[in-house]
Design a protein around this ligand. Sequence first.
Ligand code: ATP
Ligand code: MG
Length: 587
Amino acid sequence: MSRPPIIRKQIRPNQQTPNWSDYDGLRATFSWSSARRELTGLPHGGLNIAYEAVDRHATGANRDKVAFRFLGDEHSHEITFSQLSLLTNRFANTLRALGVQQGERVFILADRIPELYVAVLGTLKNGNVACPLFSAFGSSPIATRLSIGDACVLVTTEGLYRRKIIPIRAMLPGLHHLLLVRDDAGAQPIAGTEDLAQLLRTASDQFDIVHTVPEDLALLHFTSGTTGTPKGAMHVHDAVVTHWVSGKYALDLHPDDIFWCTADPGWVTGTSYGIIAPLLHGVTSIIDAADFDADRWYSILESQQVSVWYTAPTAIRMLMKAGAAVAHKHSFPDLRFIASVGEPLNPEAVWWGKEVLGLPIHDNWWQTETGGIMIANTPGFDIKPGSMGRPLPGVDACITRRAPGGKIEIVSQPGIDGELALQRGWPGMMRGYLNNEERYRQCFSDDLYLTGDLARRDADGYFWFVGRSDDVIKSAGHLIGPFEVENALIEHRAVAEAGVIGKPDPTIGEVVKAFVSLRAGFTDSEQLRKDLLGHARSRLGAVMAPKEIEVVASLPRTRSGKIMRRLLKARELGLPEGDLSTLETGP
Ligand code: ATP
Ligand code: MG
């Protein structure tokens, strides 16, 4: 990058931000047990995420503060912390009355409506395991998840039930309770289901929260399915400590913030940061159920006075594609911190944030398995555009390589590519993959959790994403990370998005092939592709530059917004497409 790093004085500081000047000191003195003491714990011992997130605030200074503001087309609907406490009590009482036992699974399949949030938190209060599912899934991925998750209760809406559950109902004999949010009060109730509103109305709003302990199961989340069949990661109540710490250090949440996390709770980001972390910090969250629309999103930032915004590279690239003029119709004087997760954030996007939104974008890295943010460009620190940042307090990350005998070793010198690994022991770490003990065991080598991502650490301790281990291209004896190639392509003014794969080649192993989609105003032509090849060659050199470029209307992505390189590759090679349950819309 010819441009210098973004220095922190360009970021509007929040006066209450902790003293970041001694980050290494902060990391050295940090301990999970002292962080745990920042939480209250249950009145008679034990730990429950919902108590920390909701009940603890419901009696204190935050009782009348808005916890969630649900945006509607005409009116928004607000729920305060004390109302949320009562509503979740009603839901927990409903589960108790149905006889749902501790540890049993409650699935929630709904758009981002209040009932979804109440159900997740009420489920935790009753000591059951909550599993929110993305409402746009089709029947088949829903059936797979409900059956491997051994669902006992499903909360959904009448409309989703008719369209998606009826066709699979017979396949789910263990699903005892169907609690429906009615869309049409005039219609006949559906046999074999119960009306959630009716149940909540008759349930008491007083509830003795179940005495869960830190190691009790709390949440089940399926991975995005970017590299294969989605895995069900199981998390315990102790994960709340990771949610609290990362909300503080990576997202800089303060009680006076208005926070907007754009992720759906069907993905771990939408639960850890779309529900739990902001509540823990007594913050008001904005919830919008509508699909992406650049003008709408800018209007939300403006009208809701969002101060901290957590979104994803795919959304940022779509905003870039829509052009700066849309942004310039709005102003966001309250916005002070923007973070992104889910995919590599191209340096161009960081700079675009600075130029168009007035703030650079802070990339951070984590996985469904880690339960919370692990590596981040923390607030108050220099951002290195293109880097994921540095490990948060309490997180020990390292680069590993496989020694000739097969043993995993830590690489101590900076600048070397290898598999990113984390020292076991942070509270948010998954406790297993559901029904897949063997796959879970493969994630570990002694005390190291192996992430499956390749990265590099620089001399300042920042980590740089190289690619997923499955995506790395081996060409003429070189290892090429697709991300670096994609970044170079995206610097070209015609390119909106890029996805890069390795294509088998008899002579050099693999050749680099790039798929790109174009920004508005550009059309595919031989000349354009030649230009792009020339641009990539001058930026990357002949070894790394793509040999082939194909222009596509859009790239295949998961519903959580990640480019599915494995699908680009399978299609290119005419191979079976594999598990497509999380594919959004294929080009
Ligand atoms: P599956 O495990 O089913 O293939 P997935 O890994 O995409 O799907 P998630 O847990 O949703 O499922 O995503 C975590 C992955 O997303 C990380 O392992 C990494 O590859 C990618 N990722 C997340 N944040 C970043 C980031 N800031 N930079 C680069 N990659 C990221
Ligand atoms: Mg993964």
